[in-house]
Design a protein around this ligand. Structure first.
Ligand code: MG
Length: 307
């Protein structure tokens, strides 16, 4: 039996960045803009639209500045971009965004593969980037990857995670999203990690979760996180995504599936599910492939009748 469920949760849509960056076929700038605007039209209030990383590493998002400056921004929506360093943060300021996301891993080997830096070097760069962003009135959230397991090192100690959280918050971020980068977390582990994190973080809204559905456990993990007091969940439309440096990792939990589950539990998201499915249909068309959302698949198979 659930003890206490919130009335409302926050969904952070990461499909246009975290999802698309793993797609080989380049999506046109116009299609990206259309997708972002369509997702916002479905009621999404926070959306990661692109990243300002070196296009050599992420050719799919080489048009980040164009996307960020051309979308029609709604007043009550938070548009954010992933940035790896000061150069990226400067681009976020130039493109009038109000928030950025920075990132690092909680394991040395994944950090090295993904970012080509040691964790110590990452922390130095993040400190400088976060301070610059804050002095330019940008809010900063951070992704901590591989919290629940690393493809190279296996288990990650919760003490290490807490040490990193302390450092990141001391730099001025407002939230950390704990990433299950390779989708190995299980509900018992999620409970244990969050229990440990909450021994040093009093305000639970400072913690978000970012689950991948590699092993089909993302929704189960989300329920436990919810029960533990988490109210911010990252997800991507159609479950797109993965991690190029985490072999075998499949996509993020699908936004439609997460939203459907919350609605069925009587928890508000402010998002219109039918409109989300329309975004899924559009994305399937431009990517020319079937996407991994159980809700969208079922909804379409039942010819759009409510389930
Ligand atoms: Mg992800």
């Amino acid at each position: 039996m659930f003890l206490k469920l919130p009335e409302k949760v926050n969904i952070v849509e990461v499909g246009p960045r975290d999802g698309l960056q793993n797609e080989k076929n380049i999506v046109s700038t116009e299609d990206k803009i259309f997708l972002i605007e369509k997702l916002v039209d479905s009621g999404i209030k926070k959306i990661e639209i692109t990243s300002f990383v070196n296009p050599k590493w992420t050719p799919q998002l080489a048009d980040g500045f164009e996307v960020a400056t051309k979308i029609k921004k709604q007043q009550d929506v938070n548009y954010l971009a992933l940035v790896p360093n000061l150069i990226g943060a400067k681009k976020a300021v130039e493109s009038n965004l109000n928030e950025i996301a920075v990132f690092m891993s909680s394991s040395e080997s994944h950090n090295k593969k993904n970012l080509n830096r040691t964790m110590g070097e990452s922390l130095e760069i993040l400190e400088e980037t976060i301070k610059f962003a804050k002095s330019n009135n940008l809010k900063v959230r951070a992704y901590l990857s591989t919290v629940f397991g690393c493809p190279y090192e296996g288990n990650i100690s919760v003490e290490k995670v807490n040490e990193l959280l302390k450092k990141l918050f001391s730099f001025g971020i407002f939230q950390v999203s704990l990433g299950d980068t390779i989708g190995v977390a299980n509900p018992k582990q999620v409970k244990e990690v969050l229990e440990s994190v909450f021994t040093i973080i009093e305000d639970k809204s400072q913690i978000a979760v970012h689950f991948h559905d590699t092993m089909g456990m993302a929704l189960a993990n989300s329920v436990i996180a919810l029960e533990m007091g988490i109210k911010t969940f990252d997800s991507s439309i159609g479950g797109i995504g993965g991690c190029p440096y985490a072999p075998g990792a499949t996509g993020n939990v699908a936004t439609e599936d997460l939203v459907n589950m919350f609605h069925k539990m009587g928890i508000e998201t402010g998002i219109n599910l039918e409109k989300l499915v329309e975004s899924n249909v559009f994305l399937e068309k431009i990517l020319n492939k079937k996407l991994n959302s159980n809700f969208s698949k079922t909804f379409m198979a039942r010819k759009n009748s409510p389930i």
